[in-house]
Design a protein around this ligand. Structure first.
Ligand code: PHB
Length: 394
């Protein structure tokens, strides 16, 4: 904060000396470092936007809004999770607002349409949510703070056959991250001596899970493996139980997107015992995570942070550190260089940004839904350390 009065005094003196300056558009005079955060704040993916915005604001409340003497401004835009809207908003933010960094990206299609713009304008794009492996290859300016579906799916395909699960039906949302999850889970299961007997895909928008789950019930696999994006897990769980798949002896195994901390507590006791693999649980037992969860819940009563929140919180840290490295100067290429190779402790555990792939390397945890202090949590029982995205071609 100490620089603000100085800047204001400088601006006042400059306007007195050069009255023409005052006529400049606000964006041209404004020395703030701008982060254009594009998120789905309404529509099917709204919980992702709510979580990431809350986490970004928490980061700023805890770490101040001035970095290396430079005021930081967060500009939040709602893309309603429609990629055409994401593209238009990203263009406006780059061209009119002259943002220094683009961030957010609730779903893969949003990240994919923004990537070319990041390349053309040399603007770093910090992907905080979307999790298809290939996103980091869509632009050299993409850096990811979330995770990838291959990263978490493989762990579950290693766990399953060791625990009596050989015959599996997969059920994924029919778009890129779902295809990633299906492919990497089934390949690894096959390698481990198991088999995917049927691969079901449900539409991303407004899915009706009931007919698909009826098919699964009739197929009688040892387990059903599910990926649906954050926000859709409760509907799957409800239908799974209503159709009596649990009573038919079919186990539900899933990526942690399904047993999402944002919804888990509302899923009821039917969720108890569900095994999932993911990079973050609100129940992660580190002191740093306990502090993070407490602060998040205090600032957002009734909201438990999920993996989206952690992607947003860590993404903000990465941007702050990069700005610090450039001593407040910024600049697309300098920021990008400073984003690569960052190593830090996240609420999820130790992480680093692989300088070659610009993707996050992190622990993947196996978790079981349990009741803790009266609430449902994903309780971690095994850790696979330092997992790189297995989806990268290099
Ligand atoms: C994605 O669209 O990449 C995506 C969205 C939500 C998730 C995972 C992946 O939970």
């Amino acid at each position: 904060m100490p620089h603000r009065p100085f800047l204001r005094a400088w601006a006042a003196a400059a306007f007195a000396l050069f009255p023409g300056l005052a006529a400049l558009p606000a964006a041209a005079r404004d020395d703030a470092f701008k982060i254009g955060l594009i998120l789905p704040m309404t529509g099917q993916q709204a919980s992702t936007g709510r979580q990431i915005e809350a986490a970004a604001r928490l980061w700023m409340a805890q770490n101040g809004d001035t970095v290396a003497g430079r005021k930081v401004r967060l500009i939040v835009r709602d893309d309603t999770s429609l990629p055409d809207v994401t593209r238009r908003l990203a263009q406006e933010l780059v061209v009119n607002e002259k943002v220094d960094v683009l961030a957010g990206m609730g779903i893969t299609p949003s990240a994919m349409v923004t990537a070319p713009l990041a390349t053309q304008s040399k603007t770093p794009l910090v992907v905080m949510a979307a999790a298809t492996s290939g996103i980091t290859e869509a632009s050299p300016y993409v850096v990811r703070s979330s995770f990838t579906l291959p990263q978490v799916s493989v762990a579950l395909a290693d766990w399953a056959p060791r625990n009596g699960i050989r015959k599996v039906v997969t059920l994924v949302s029919d778009y890129a991250p779902g295809i990633d999850a299906e492919k990497f889970f089934s390949q690894r299961l096959l390698f481990n001596g198991g088999q995917v007997t049927e691969a079901l895909r449900v539409p991303l928008r407004g899915p009706d899970f009931a007919p698909f789950l009826q098919k699964v019930r009739d197929a009688r696999p040892d387990a059903l493996f599910v990926f649906v994006p954050s926000g859709a897990g409760a509907a799957v769980m409800k239908q799974f139980l209503e159709r009596g798949l649990d009573k038919a002896g079919i186990r539900l195994i899933a990526t942690g997107d399904v047993t999402d901390d944002d919804q888990l507590n509302g899923m009821g006791d039917g969720a108890l015992g569900v095994i999932s693999s993911h990079h973050y649980s609100a129940a992660h037992p580190s002191p740093l995570n306990k502090k993070f969860v407490l602060a998040f819940e205090k600032a957002n009563p009734g909201l438990r942070p999920n993996f989206m929140a952690v992607g947003g919180y860590d993404g903000m840290r990465m941007i702050y550190e990069a700005l610090k490295s450039t001593r407040g100067a910024g600049g697309g290429d300098a920021l990008l260089a400073a984003l690569k190779g960052q190593v830090f402790e996240s609420p999820r555990g130790p992480v680093y940004i692989d300088a070659q792939t610009r993707d996050i390397v992190q622990n993947v945890y196996l978790r079981r839904v349990e009741r803790v202090n009266g609430q449902l949590y994903n309780v971690e029982f095994d850790t696979i350390e330092g997992v790189k995205d297995p989806g990268k071609s290099r």
